[in-house]
Design a protein around this ligand. Structure first.
Ligand code: G6P
Length: 451
C-alpha cells in the first residue's frame, strides 16, 4: 500500500501503439515528474488516466511502470469529462475565455457531460481509496479532478487529502455562471480536501471569495519554480547545441524575441504577433534586425476552438512574413511542433522573452528563459500571469490586451542597456529557482502531514 499518492489526468508515461502491435513507452517531463523524484519509489504511487489507445492497450496487457497506475476509463465517459467539461467548461471559466454572446450554454447536454465528469472523478477516488495505506497522504492535481477530494473523503475519512490547482481560479462573476447546484458540487468537491493549494495568493483569494462560507479548508499559495541545475544540464546537451547552430545560421546577428507556448487560447499568441507587427511598423529601424522565434506545441486538437486558434496563429505569422519579409530575412519563425530541444535552443538565444497570456496559473516559460538565456534576456510579462506575482519587479509588465503597449515594451526590451539586462536576468533567475519542484512538493507534503 502506498503512503504518498499523486493523482492527475496526465501521468508521467504514455504508450504509443505501433502498427505491428508493439507498445512504445514515452516519458513525460514537467514540474510534477521531477517533483515526485523526491519520493521513495516504494512508498509512492501516481494514479493517472489512460489517455489514448496505446495507454488503454498497455492497461489491458498489464504493462505498467513501477509506481504508476493508469485507469482505463470508458472512452466516451473520458471524452465527455476531459474535452466536454474539464477543457471546455472549467478551463474556460478559470481563464475567463468565453466569447460571452455565445458561451457558456448550460443545457441538458452539459448536464450529461457533467455526469461523466463525476464518473471519471469517482474512478480516481475509488482507485486511490483502494491503493492508499492507513493515514496516507494523497495529493490531487488540477481542475480535471476537482470532485475527487470530496468523493475520496467519503470513502476513506482516515486519509490526508490535498488538492493543487495549476490554473487560475475563476473570479466570482465567472464561477457564478455555473448552475447553482453544479457550482456547489464543484466547491464541495474541492473542500473535501484538508488543504488546497494554488500558485499565487490571487488565485487562492479568488477561491476563498467564491467559496464564501461553504468550508473551512486551509487554502495556501505554493508558487512552483524551476530546477536551475537540471534545466541548464538539459539546455547544454549536444542535440541542443546542434539546433542552436542551425538557428544561428538562420538568424545571423539579428536580435531575437522568443516565445514558447502550447497552442492555447489563453496564451495570447495572436496579440503577441500583432504587437510584433506594430513594432515593425512604428519602429521600422527593427526591420531586418530582429527575428521573432515562436514555438507552439499543438494542444487539445480534439477541440475545434483549439484547432482554429492554431490555424489563426500560423496564418497571422505568414501574413507578417509576407508583409515585411525580404529575400534574406524572415521576420517570424514559427514551429508548430512539440519540440523541447528547439525551445531550449531558442531560450539560449533569447534577447527578449515574450510571455503575454490573458490569464495563466503560473507560466513556467517566464521562469525558464532567464535561467537559460546565454546573454541575459529582457522579460516582457503579462500582469495576468501567475508568475507576475514573483517576477514583476524585474520584468517589463504589460496589459495583455494592449497591443500597442506590448509593442512599446518589446522596443524597450530590445534597447535595454546590456548591464541593466544582465542585472535583471540574474535577479529573475534567482527568483525563478527559489522553489524548485522537489522543494515545492515536499513543502506541501509536510504541511499536509501536519494538517
Ligand atoms: C495545463 C494544465 C495541466 C495540463 C497541461 C497540458 O498546464 O494545468 O494539467 O496537463 O495544461 O494540457 P493537456 O490537456 O495536454 O494535459
Amino acid at each position: 500500500m502506498a503512503t504518498v499518492l499523486v493523482a492527475s489526468n496526465r501521468g508521467p508515461v504514455s504508450y504509443a501503439l505501433g502498427e505491428d502491435g508493439s507498445l512504445d513507452t514515452r516519458r513525460g517531463g514537467g514540474g510534477l515528474v521531477s517533483a515526485l523524484s523526491a519520493i521513495d519509489a516504494r512508498e509512492g504511487l501516481w494514479v493517472c488516466a489512460a489517455l489514448g489507445e496505446g495507454d488503454r492497450e498497455a492497461v489491458r496487457r498489464g504493462v505498467a511502470e513501477q509506481g504508476v497506475r493508469m485507469l482505463d476509463i470508458d472512452p466516451s465517459v473520458y471524452a465527455d469529462a476531459y474535452n466536454g467539461i474539464a477543457n471546455s467548461v472549467l478551463w474556460f471559466l478559470h481563464h475567463h475565455l468565453y466569447d460571452i454572446p455565445r458561451e457558456p450554454v448550460f443545457d441538458a447536454g452539459f448536464r450529461r457531460r457533467w455526469e461523466s465528469y463525476r464518473t471519471y472523478n469517482r474512478a480516481f477516488a475509488e482507485a486511490l481509496a483502494a491503493e492508499a495505506a492507513e493515514g496516507a497522504a494523497v495529493l490531487v492535481q488540477d481542475y480535471h479532478l476537482a470532485l475527487v477530494p470530496g468523493q475520496l473523503r467519503e470513502l476513506r475519512p482516515d486519509l490526508r487529502i490535498a488538492h493543487f490547482t495549476h490554473t487560475p481560479w475563476a473570479s466570482p462573476p465567472y464561477l457564478g455562471m455555473l448552475p447553482t447546484d453544479i457550482r456547489e458540487e464543484l466547491l464541495r468537491g474541492m473542500l473535501g480536501a484538508d488543504r488546497l493549494g494554488f500558485h499565487t495568493r490571487a488565485w487562492a483569494e479568488a477561491f476563498e471569495e467564491g467559496a464564501g462560507d461553504l468550508g473551512r479548508t486551509t487554502v495556501a499559495a505554493y508558487p512552483l519554480g524551476v530546477d536551475g541545475e537540471e534545466l541548464r544540464a538539459l539546455a547544454y546537451r549536444p542535440e541542443v547545441d546542434e539546433k542552436l547552430a542551425r538557428l544561428r545560421t538562420e538568424i545571423g546577428d539579428r536580435k531575437t524575441i522568443v516565445r514558447v507556448d502550447r497552442t492555447e487560447l489563453s496564451k495570447n499568441i495572436l496579440r503577441g504577433l500583432l504587437a510584433y507587427r506594430e513594432l515593425l511598423t512604428t519602429h521600422p529601424e527593427w526591420r531586418n534586425r530582429v527575428v521573432h522565434l515562436a514555438s507552439a506545441y499543438p494542444s487539445r486538437q480534439d477541440l475545434e476552438s483549439y484547432r482554429s486558434y492554431t490555424t489563426a496563429v500560423t496564418d497571422l505569422a505568414e501574413e507578417i512574413n509576407t508583409e515585411f519579409g525580404t529575400p534574406d530575412w524572415q521576420p517570424v519563425l514559427v514551429s508548430v511542433k512539440d519540440d523541447f530541444t528547439r525551445s531550449l535552443a531558442a531560450y539560449r538565444l533569447a534577447d527578449v522573452a515574450l510571455v503575454n497570456p490573458v490569464r495563466d496559473g503560473m507560466n513556467l516559460v517566464a521562469k525558464e528563459i532567464p535561467v537559460v538565456s546565454e546573454t541575459g534576456c529582457a522579460l516582457v510579462l503579462s500582469r495576468e500571469a501567475g508568475a507576475y506575482e514573483e517576477l514583476h519587479e524585474d520584468a517589463l509588465v504589460v496589459n495583455p490586451f494592449d497591443v500597442s503597449e506590448t509593442a512599446e515594451a518589446l522596443h524597450r526590451a530590445l534597447t535595454m542597456p546590456p548591464s541593466e539586462r544582465t542585472d535583471r536576468t540574474k535577479r529573475l533567475a534567482a527568483t525563478a529557482t527559489a522553489h524548485p519542484p522537489q522543494r515545492w512538493f515536499l513543502n506541501q507534503l509536510e504541511a499536509l502531514r501536519e494538517r
